[in-house]
Design a protein around this ligand. Structure first.
Ligand code: AMP
Ligand code: ZN
Length: 139
């Protein structure tokens, strides 16, 4: 897409620090890294987010993810890695070309704080059963 920042990165109109490329995907350093080695993996086919991603594009994207993750692991020996993908403004998406964040983790002071506040009490089994059914009905 002509006015898309990440499409411009893929076609070289905007510079980036490339770490990997194949026919289907492009991986490069996040310009505002959360931790050492924070990398973005994107499909070469423009799609806005996960909701709009064709299955084939998803297959090719995730096929490359372990390769890039393992290169980061071999380079910096992190103790873990978060993969994140924000879809939609409410979820924190700021660039509307799908991207998978690969964020290596080192220790609790490494720059990324993910807080999971479980609301398990609001979702007893009967409610969860109903919710699962509603999702299944829409597949
Ligand atoms: P998100 O908030 O999930 O949409 O993430 C967008 C990410 O793109 C942020 O982590 C930015 O730091 C990163 N970013 C934005 N512009 C560039 C750029 N020109 N090169 C590399 N990373 C970028
Ligand atoms: Zn794009």
């Amino acid at each position: 897409m002509s006015d898309c920042l990440f499409c411009k990165i893929i076609n070289g109109q905007i510079p980036s620090l490339k770490v990997y490329e194949d026919d289907h995907v492009y991986a490069f350093m996040d310009i505002m890294p959360l931790t050492k080695g924070h990398t973005l993996l994107i499909p070469k086919t423009h799609c806005k987010d996960l909701f709009e991603m064709p299955e084939e594009v998803a297959r090719n994207l995730y096929a490359a993810a372990p390769k890039v993750a393992n290169a980061i692991k071999a380079a910096f020996n992190p103790t873990g890695m978060n993969t994140m993908n924000n879809n939609g403004e409410s979820a924190g998406q700021t660039v509307f070309h799908y991207h998978l964040h690969l964020i290596p983790r080192y220790d609790e002071k490494d720059g990324l704080k993910v807080e999971w506040n479980s609301r398990q009490a609001e979702f007893p089994t009967e409610i969860l059963t109903e919710i699962a059914g509603q999702i299944r009905e829409n597949l």
